[in-house]
Design a protein around this ligand. Structure first.
Ligand code: TRP
Ligand code: SF4
Length: 366
């Protein structure tokens, strides 16, 4: 089987990705970014392809785009917040922002009806995006349903001319029983990523796609097709970044379809707090051992929550890390402190989501 398959949920070995697939360590470009985001600084964004082009656009203040789609097939959990945090950062840095809603993918890969996708996208995704701080009133942001975007569909059809069946089999593991609409999904996603470079969208420009490593097959196909159509469209080969997945509360993958593993963005503050208290920690067997050996933050879901979402201040985080590894704090107490932070975050989200609802419903009205 393919090592990374966008429709399976296998856990990924990040080192292998870097070695086998030619993804470069993000560390290499970090120093060139003037005001890197929290996820960049903390190594949660661990890899990239051709991010140098984006660095250059940032430095020279020339146009660039960020594209990141969502498949509206369930509830958003705290891991999905990472994508939103990244879009917000790029929006602040002056990027043109494109947010495709992957209703065609949801239909072909998951059987979600189009009306249902639209509803989930607006009520669940866009509402949370606004509550988390993304600005949909800016003129630099474009949100669309794949099924309603003629330019994207037209481009996808054209791109199909230079990919053949053997390639699709090799990249995605498609086989004789793959449904035919599913076959078209990757081309639509490639078109999502390339269409901001069409003349009617301002022409060729660097474009970055922040993704989880499961999406890399799409990125590789996109980059190949950008090359194959270079003479016709003069595409700049898109860049990408890769972020680590968040660990689920029980230690495996966080997944919307396994409620016990996930903190959902729409959980009440009390619920979120309660869930965090059930999370697996990197603590020792006994109080004495913890004092003697210290905890293991790298195996601690609570620490990961602090690292990804709950502590903005690097110094404060470093202090927690130190207390943990030196055995100066017990997990019970540490969890209590983290629980307060989760509660605050979720209270704020709840409040903002209330205000965001009406605005969200208007986002697709053009
Ligand atoms: N396939 C992506 C997912 O499963 C969604 C998506 C659609 C996307 N178009 C995109 C992601 C373009 C990045 C860029 O979530
Ligand atoms: Fe995790 Fe905190 Fe325990 Fe350290 S002290 S292992 S960070 S819960």
């Amino acid at each position: 089987m393919n090592l990374i398959d966008p429709w399976s949920s296998a856990l990924v070995d990040y080192e292998k990705l870097i070695q086998q697939f030619g993804i470069k360590p993000f560390q290499d470009v970090l120093g060139d970014i003037e005001d890197p985001s929290l996820l960049m600084r903390r190594g949660i964004i661990f890899g990239h392809r051709d991010f140098g082009r984006i660095v250059k656009a940032l430095q020279e203040k020339t146009p660039f785009a960020v594209v990141t789609g969502m498949m509206p097939s369930g509830r958003m959990h705290i891991g999905h917040k990472m994508i939103v945090d990244q879009i917000i950062w790029y929006q602040k840095m002056g990027a043109e922002v494109y947010i495709p809603i992957a209703d065609m993918e949801a239909y072909s890969a998951r059987g979600v009806e189009f009306e249902e996708s639209r509803k989930i996208a607006l009520e669940e995704y866009i509402t949370n995006y606004i509550a988390l701080g993304l600005d949909f009133s800016s003129k630099n942001i474009t949100t669309y349903l794949q099924s309603e975007n003629q330019d994207v569909n037209h481009l996808a059809y054209q791109l199909g001319r230079r990919v053949n069946w053997n390639e699709m089999k090799a990249i995605y593991g498609f086989n004789g029983s793959t449904n035919l609409s599913h076959l078209y999904v990757p081309l639509i996603q490639v078109a999502d990523i390339l269409h901001p470079q069409l003349e009617s969208y301002g022409g060729p420009k660097p474009t970055v796609v922040p993704v989880g490593p499961d999406q890399d097959p799409h990125i590789r196909l996109t980059r190949d097709l950008a090359e194959r159509f270079k003479n016709q469209f003069h595409f700049v080969t898109p860049s990408s970044t890769y972020h680590r997945f968040i660990t689920g509360l029980t230690g495996g993958k966080m997944s919307s379809s396994k409620a016990k593993t996930a903190i959902f963005l729409s959980d009440s503050p009390e619920e979120a707090e309660k869930k965090l208290k059930t999370a697996k920690t990197g603590g020792r067997e006994s109080r004495e051992e913890q004092e003697k050996l210290g905890g293991v933050p790298s195996e601690c879901v609570v620490y990961e929550m602090l690292l990804y979402h709950l502590v903005d201040d690097d110094q404060e985080l470093a202090e927690i890390y130190k207390q943990c590894i030196q055995g100066q704090i017990q997990c019970g107490e540490c969890k209590m402190q983290a629980a307060v932070k989760v509660r605050e975050l979720f209270e704020q989200l709840e409040r903002k989501r209330e205000q965001a609802r009406d605005e969200a419903l208007k986002v697709l009205e053009g």
